[in-house]
Design a protein around this ligand. Structure first.
Ligand code: CP
Length: 311
């Protein structure tokens, strides 16, 4: 693997899931692979799970880790040919090459503006790092994708399913803030690559990018969609059509125990209790959110392993 910027960088999802589960059983089996190699993690935005699990994954492989929060660094310029006489101090062309002098792998988190769809979809930050860094780049959540989370979710479903072809439902939930589409986008893409019976349910106006959801069943009736589900992935996202807008906060879309049936409840976290999902679900043994968070380490570790093997 050269980079991990999208789940399309995974050639064989089943094989990588199997590798991750094997790593989970024995996390230190490749503890020398990353010796004398450094992972530099760059955060333009907040993180709890991604930061800690990716650092743990790198350390399990024997890597050194450095973390830079970009709000403590020079303001980076991403436009080509700009006269830099305003707020930005350093161009990505230098910054990415300089960071590559200290890093064997660079991992980047950079959320979308949710204001300018065209700019967000151009994935300027992650693509600029891919263009100008001289080492592999990992996406730790970009404007439109969160491939480490999607791999985690695939591992979690594979581990816990009792059926050959489980029914998986992605169910929109209300939220007071405008949230990105990245987790939902990558989850949809990943589900397309697994042998699952998959559908999405959300209110009208919350359709995801149709390029991503083409060939996916979309059911505007949540109750109908959830019927006989084995895994219910709950997530808020803002409107894609009315880009970045919160169209409604209808509490009827919150996930409740009465709706879940026998399904396992999934969420990437962080989650707002009693807004996105009620306590009775999160505190029940149907919730697998902690197991998902645990699997973040092994998703990151299998990706780092594949990149290190290719250096
Ligand atoms: N799920 C996830 O990416 O968590 P963090 O935002 O805390 O990293």
């Amino acid at each position: 693997m050269n980079n991990y910027s999208s789940i399309h960088d995974i050639s064989d999802p089943l094989a990588i899931i199997k590798d991750a589960i094997s790593i989970k059983a024995n996390p230190f089996q490749f503890e020398s692979l990353g010796q004398h190699k450094t992972l530099v993690m760059l955060f333009f935005n907040s993180s709890l799970r991604t930061r800690l699990s990716t650092e743990k994954a790198a350390k399990n492989l024997g890597m050194d880790v450095m973390v830079l929060n970009l709000d403590n660094a020079w303001n980076l310029e991403f436009e080509d040919g700009t006269v830099m006489n305003m707020g930005t101090s350093e161009h990505i062309k230098e910054a990415a090459q300089v960071i590559s002098q200290y890093a064997d792998v660079i991992a980047v988190r950079a959320f979308p503006s949710l204001v300018d769809k065209t700019k967000d979809e151009a994935e300027i930050v992650i693509n600029s790092f891919k263009s100008y860094a001289t080492v592999p780049v990992i996406n730790m959540e970009s404007s439109t994708g969160h491939p480490l989370q999607a791999l985690t979710d695939a591992i979690s479903i594979s581990e816990l399913t009792k059926k050959k072809k489980p029914k998986v439902v992605l169910s929109w939930a209300p939220h007071p803030k405008a949230l990105p589409h990245a987790v939902a986008n990558s989850f949809v893409k990943m589900m397309h690559r697994l042998d699952v019976d998959f559908q999405i349910t959300h209110p009208t106006g919350y359709e995801l990018n149709p390029e991503i959801t083409k060939n996916t069943t979309i059911n505007y009736n949540q109750e109908e969609a959830l019927k006989d589900a084995d895994f219910v992935y709950v997530k808020n996202w803002s409107s894609y059509k009315y880009y970045g807008k919160v169209l409604n906060e209808d509490p009827n879309w919150m996930m409740a125990k009465s709706k879940l049936g026998n399904a396992k409840f999934m969420h990437c976290l962080p989650v707002r209790r009693n807004v996105v999902v009620e306590d009775a679900v999160l505190d029940s043994n149907q919730s697998i959110v902690i197991e998902q968070a645990k699997n973040r380490t092994f998703a990151a570790q299998v990706v780092l392993k594949k990149i290190l093997e290719n250096l």
